[in-house]
Ligand binder design. Structure first.
Ligand SMILES: Cc1cc2nc3c(=O)[nH]c(=O)nc-3n(C[C@H](O)[C@H](O)[C@H](O)COP(=O)(O)O)c2cc1C
Length: 211
């Protein structure tokens, strides 16, 4: 499938086939493809919780507007956006630094510059922490949806859930914002799809603020 085919095929699927599982191998392939997503300074401030257990999915469903897809889909992903993913000492930040030095894209003496740059871009307000985490994790989520489509899977993103309720139920630490849940699986057999939904035109998307 080329990109046009993938983007035209992907739809938010409301009803999944509970009988058709998603293998670990296929899920790993989806995640590995999505992991190619670009991010600020390559900091990759995202994590995933993978829910397959029916009891856990039942708990999540009650916190997610009782949306049936949460239990019908064999896999539900909780996306986590790490608001601290720019900080000195954070495991990914340190790994990223070492990788950049190893690759020669940064010199050891540039470390303070790098840390100061991350600090000034992503830590000038609590909103900046959140924006950093949420925008990068949003890109990752979109890549993951397209990756899943390209491998024959269906997905459904959800932000209709009780954010703090999910945090509490699943012991998610405070440094994470939860931008979305994602149901992953296969379409319920016989499901009739509505026509694709409308989208803004290019003219509606492009704006200018010329005086
Ligand atoms: C971040 C995000 C959150 C969403 N949350 C929900 C949700 O909680 N429940 C739901 O039924 N649809 C949800 N949707 C699905 C959208 O309504 C759907 O993607 C949109 O109407 C376009 O339809 P399409 O994805 O089939 O093209 C969400 C989509 C996104 C991207």
């Amino acid at each position: 499938m080329n990109f046009r085919e993938i983007s035209e095929k992907r739809r938010a699927i409301n009803f999944f086939d509970p009988q058709q599982d998603v293998s670990e191998q296929l899920l790993t392939e989806v995640i590995e493809l999505a992991a190619k997503t670009p991010s600020s300074f390559n900091l990759q401030p995202w994590n995933l919780m993978v829910l397959r257990d029916q009891k856990k999915k039942e708990k999540l469903k009650t916190l997610a507007w009782d949306q049936p897809k949460v239990i019908e889909a064999p896999v539900v992903l909780i996306f986590l956006a790490d608001k601290n993913g720019w900080q000195e000492g954070h495991a990914t930040v340190e790994k990223n630094w070492q990788e950049m030095v190893k690759a020669g894209s940064m010199q050891p003496e540039q470390r303070q510059w790098f840390l100061d740059a991350a600090q000034s871009l992503y830590n000038w307000s609590p909103e900046a922490n959140l924006a950093f985490a949420a925008k990068n994790t949003g890109f990752f989520a979109m890549s993951l949806m397209y990756a899943a489509t390209s491998l024959g899977l269906e997905t459904h993103p959800m932000d209709g859930f009780d954010h703090e309720g999910v945090r509490k139920e699943f012991d998610i630490p405070d440094n994470f914002w939860i931008p979305l849940l994602l149901a992953v699986g296969y379409k319920k057999p016989g499901l009739e799809m509505h026509p694709a939904k409308w989208r803004k035109t290019t003219d509606e998307i492009i704006v200018s603020f010329d005086r």
